[in-house]
Structure formats: C-alpha cells, structure tokens
Design a protein. Structure first.
Length: 486
C-alpha cells in the first residue's frame, strides 16, 4: 500500500546545548535542548504524542522521558527510554518515522543529554533522581550485554581497550606498525577537528594538526595501542540535544512545513555480538548491512549523498564505516558534520542525536541528502538514517536487513573456554598506564581447531610487548593466558 504523502515523516526542529559553568543534570540539559527545538515549532508543543529519551549514563531517573515531559509541561502520551548504545538516537528516529508513516502517532520529541562533567565535579550537589509519578517509561531497544564470558574472563570491558583491538587488525592489514598507524590516523582525525572548530556546541572547538593528534606527549598520553588520548571519545561533557519529528500534515498545520527535513529511511543491524566471536574484527558487516539497507530503501547510492556523519568513538569505526559505504577516507564531502566524539564531544549514548540535529540544519540551509550512522556497545549495534531536502521518491521506507543479519550471525566463530598450545593472534593491543608503561595486553586468538578465545598476556612478558602488534603471529596459550612467540 502506498504511503499517504501527508504522513511522510519530517524533522522540523532541533536544539542543542552545552554548559561549562555550574553543575547541571542530564534531564535539565535535555529539557533545555527541547525548549530550543520548540522555539522553532511552538505550535507542536501541545501536539506531542510521544517523548523518547536516549539512555542516560549519568545519575538520572529511570523514567527520564516522563521527567523531561513533566518539566516541559507536555500533554499525556507515550513515554520511552532507550537501551544503552550510541545507535539509540537514530533507532528512536526510525521508530518514530515508522509510527508516523503508519498513522499511529503524529509528533514525537526525541531528546537526550549527558552531564558526566557535572557528575565528576568535586563538591557538586547530588543530582535529583526522583522518579516521576505514574507508570514507568517503556524501554525500547536491544538490551543484551555487550560482552560475554570470554571477555569477562580476562576483564576485557572498557571500550578504550576493546576498540584498539579492532584497530590492530586495520594496522596489520595495511602493513603498518602501531606507531605508523598512529601517524596515519593523525591525518584522518585532524580533518575532524577542523569541523569541530566551527561547531557552536563542540566541546573542543579547536583545530589540531596531525602531529598534535598522533605524537605522544604528557597531555596526549598513550591509552592503548595505537590510540593516544586525543583519538578517544571524550565522555566528561555536559551536552544535550533534541529533535521534533512529525508528519508533513502536522507540520503544515503548525506552519513549519518550510522547515521540513524529510526522513527518507532507516535501518538497523548488528555485527557478531561478542567481540571475541568475530571472524574479522577489522571489518563491520553490520555497518555495511545497515547503511546498505538504508540507502537502498531511500533509492539512492553513496554517490548521491551530500554529507555523512559516521559514528566516531574511535578511529577504527570511522574507517570501517567508510569501507562499508564504499568511500575514501579523504572523500571531499567529509566524514562528519559535527567533528566527532573526540572533538565535538561524546555525550554518552546521545552523540548521534547531535549528528542528526546538525545534519538537519545543514540540509535545511544547503539542501541535498545526508547519511548518519550510530554505533552501540563495541561496534556491535548499528543504525543508519537517510535525510533529504525533499520528499522521498517512494515515501518513507524502513530498510530490511533480515537476510544480511542471518548471514552475519552465521559467521560467528565458536568459542573456547581456554586453550593449551599454539594459537594465531587475530587482534591485539597493549594497554598503557599514565606513565606510558604497559599494564596489559589483551588479545583475541584462534586455536588450530578454529575456536577463538580472549586471552591476557603473562605479566612477565608485558615489558617486551611495548609498541608491538601481534596480529598474524603465533603465541602459546595456557588457559586464558598467553606468551608471545620469538
């Protein structure tokens, strides 16, 4: 059945905010961003059918959507909060667009924020986590944990330790040492800083040279090979964002049709769920599936996109996304509209809502189409959305990734609880302490029978691993520990 054009989902307003002053809360920032959005579409305030809030990591009420709606004085309606994941903002937009296109609802406020800076300030008052009266908010999204027994066995939990494993594969594939890969990434990420320098709510609006990003220094210490501090997402920010998604008919009634940015399509997929089970941690079939389905549903290809924003918690995700979409890292269109999580800021799960808001403003002023991606857990959950300056030719469509997802899931490597003997290193990193000395060296290895295993190096071998990428080498495994070969 053809979509009624009047039910075409459109994004008509967006708000973004940040504060560096007195301590605040995520709910207060989300409310401030929403007020900024309503300022551009005031007649929609009393027409909101659903309030959806991105999962908040800082202390906040569990029913954060109800808390935000209460502060805004919105009418009763659906209240949703997402599960953990940077894919959540785009996923919430896709859910909203699908419901609007189906005629189930007309107007949705999607908001999110983080107050991790405030949460860490010495002497800051405890945030109010009082739950609003009424039913708890509906939780939407995939709530599976990001790691399994294999990762837990060696304490492999921190994103700053897992993502460098993926980067080690990219470095090895290119024939680069960790130091050489760091230099390569400096040139890539310097272009991100140029974008952040011009964004009004970027946390670090400062241009950096490739050398400033890649050279190790006291203020740019090594975190985990090959990443120094300036290549990692910055979580200690106070930032908020909000968007209003509605039907074209409602936009007309509210007098904001001229502000409409059309939501063309959305799609979601996941990589093999646990990092230790991935046969090739240096690629992302999940990103390829989500972006491919979103572009196909929109009826366009990558060459037709005017602007991109690839999720960028760590450089490996940017590289995998560019490969998945089929564009070069130095594509003239750029790979971000915000400046990315290390420079624009990484407000927990909410970064992609800033990307969507910024993309909408860009399309509204300059026209064309935009592709936005979001990533959850450890390059695990993926969401993609296409936005345009005109109605989609075939109406709003949700991309189908069911066949691709089944194919991805079928590639999961069997896991071993422990090993005994030689194993091939699939991915590796060296974790550094604040003094730069190695403190750990997790790896994913493949046993001769094809099973994979997450392992930690024997402590006495740590000093010899400084700066070494073990991908492609053979190590000796005993239990969940390993010793490198000669």
């Amino acid at each position: 059945m053809a979509l009624d054009p009047a039910r075409t989902p459109v994004l008509v307003a967006a708000g973004q905010c940040l504060t560096r002053r007195a301590p605040t809360t995520a709910v207060a920032l989300a409310t401030e961003a929403a007020e900024a959005a309503f300022a551009d579409a005031p007649k929609l305030r009393d027409a909101v059918d659903r309030v959806a809030v991105v999962n908040i990591l800082a202390p906040a009420p569990k029913s954060a959507a109800s808390a935000v709606a209460e502060r805004l004085g919105l009418p009763p309606g659906q209240r949703q909060v997402s599960t953990i994941g940077g894919n959540s903002p785009q996923s919430l937009v896709t859910r909203a667009a699908a419901a609007i296109a189906a005629g189930e609802i007309e107007t949705v406020l999607i908001a999110g924020a983080e107050a991790q800076r405030s949460n860490k300030l010495a002497g800051a008052p405890a945030p109010d986590v009082t739950e609003p009266a009424g039913d708890p908010d509906e939780v939407v999204g995939d709530d599976r944990p990001g790691v399994g027994p294999a990762e837990l066995a060696i304490g492999l939990l921190a994103p700053v330790h897992v993502y460098p494993l993926f980067e080690s594969v990219l470095a090895a594939r290119a024939g680069r040492t960790f130091e050489e890969q760091r230099t390569h990434l400096g040139a890539l990420m310097a272009r991100f800083t140029e974008v952040a320098a011009g964004h009004p709510v970027a946390w670090f609006p400062e241009r950096r040279t490739p050398g400033e990003l890649s050279a190790l220094a006291p203020d740019n210490r090594l975190v985990a090979e090959p990443y120094p501090k300036r290549m990692c997402a910055v979580m200690a920010v106070d930032q908020g964002a909000a968007v209003l998604v509605t039907s074209l008919a409602a936009a007309r009634r509210a007098g904001v049709e001229d502000r409409a940015v059309y939501v063309w399509s959305g799609a979601e997929a996941a990589d093999v769920w646990f990092p230790s089970e991935r046969p090739d941690p240096g690629t992302s079939p999940g990103i390829a599936a989500a972006t491919g389905a979103a572009l196909s549903a929109a009826g366009i290809g990558a060459d037709d996109v005017a602007a991109f924003d690839f999720y960028s918690c760590f450089p490996c995700v940017v590289q995998m996304a560019a490969e998945a979409v089929g564009i070069a890292l130095d594509d003239r269109r750029g790979l971000t509209v915000t400046g990315g999580l290390p420079y624009f800021g990484g407000p927990g799960n909410d970064y992609t809502l800033h990307a969507i808001a910024t993309m909408a403003d860009r399309i509204r002023s300059g026209g064309g189409t935009g592709l936005v991606t979001g990533v959850g857990w450890y390059a695990t959950k993926h969401a993609a959305g296409v936005y345009g300056d005109r109605p989609p030719a075939d109406g709003w469509r949700r991309g189908d990734t069911s066949a691709a997802q089944a194919a991805i899931d079928a590639t999961a490597a069997p896991l071993a609880a422990e090993g005994d003997g030689p194993a091939l290193v699939v991915a590796s990193t060296v974790v550094a302490g604040r003094d730069g000395a190695p403190t750990g060296a997790p790896a994913i290895v493949r046993l001769p029978d094809g099973r994979q295993l997450a392992v930690a190096v024997e402590d006495d071998e740590l000093p010899a691993l400084a700066g070494r990428n073990l991908v492609g080498t053979t190590v000796q495994v005993r239990g969940t520990r390993y010793r490198p070969g000669p």
